[in-house]
Design a protein around this ligand. Sequence first.
Ligand code: PLP
Length: 367
Amino acid sequence: MRPPPYRALLNPHLADLEEYAPIEPFEVLSTRLGIPVEGIVKLDANENPYGPLPAAVEALARYPHFHIYPDPRQSVLREALSTFIGVPAAHILPGQGADELLDYLCRLFLAPGDEVIDTPPTFGMYSFDAKLAGAGVVEVARGDDFSVNVEAIAAAVEAHRPKLLFLTSPNNPSGNWLDDHALDRLLSLPVVVVLDEAYVEFADHPSRASRVLDRDNLVVLRTFSKAAGIAGLRLGYGVFPRWLMHELWKFKQPYNVNAAASVAGIASLRHADRIEAVIEKLKAERSRLYALLEPFEGIETVPGSQANFILCRILGRDARDLKLALEHRGILVRHYDKPGLSNCIRVSVGRPEHTGALLDALRMEAG
Ligand SMILES: *Cc1c(COP(=O)(O)O)cnc(C)c1O
């Protein structure tokens, strides 16, 4: 008897998906380039070059209960987060990175035939997760200055009746802030607004997390991956309206946040002043990097980044070619070539010596 065509058993809306293209892991790259891991200057994924706080590493080393399942309700972590952001713990749900919460939101709301609004150029996971849930993605492009087109979004909401609207502030990869006027108008639309604040710690403006308390259609997502320096441990959190928290408790995987992430997160929050000091260093380095990139011919920076990276348009040279040339010198940056981001690279803000290595390499490349 012929075996059944097993692939035909797949959920039909998943069969045609494309794989998410992640960046090459730096250990793999290190082997490929023959450059030791310590010699690589990693400015391609907006990680914190200062790493976790020593207090977080010590807490991990001391923790005696790794053989025990973690608390499914994450009570201690949620209380610590509550104190940190000033929102009751009943509104806070930690996840295995903000990415997991994006996936939860998409699977909670979306089925084949539903739609979401995305505002490219922006973070790629929104459309990835929406498509994974079978939904259609309506794109409302940002303007030349990367601000969202509020009236075009309002028109798209009217025309498509989407369930979710994804916004990012500061936006990745442009670093610009979403102003209150635009946010207020977008919150008045009949759609659930998912506001991703992965980089808010680096902004000159406060988080909108507390606004969730008086909006039933606002979700704010934050993370320990960027400012808190524990991207590898996978810890993020969402601030949700109460009605949505009830649904999430039914939906979430019981042990989504592992014990190590939780221990490191709690220790980091206890020493939030030290994270603040690292953030100040990175913000100062962002200013220095802007000033140093300024005189380069052929590099046009997108001004006013409120995040820990700077987007650059490359003129008179193929940006991919520049990215690869830098890579051969052990410096990793992110390359883009898509609508709104033609011939661009994004450079994460590193330590002063990373800036130095980048500038030396750019000078050599300029001949
Ligand atoms: C890095 C990033 C995230 C991912 O956060 P995790 O907590 O590591 O999953 C979310 N949103 C944006 C815009 C990011 O750049």
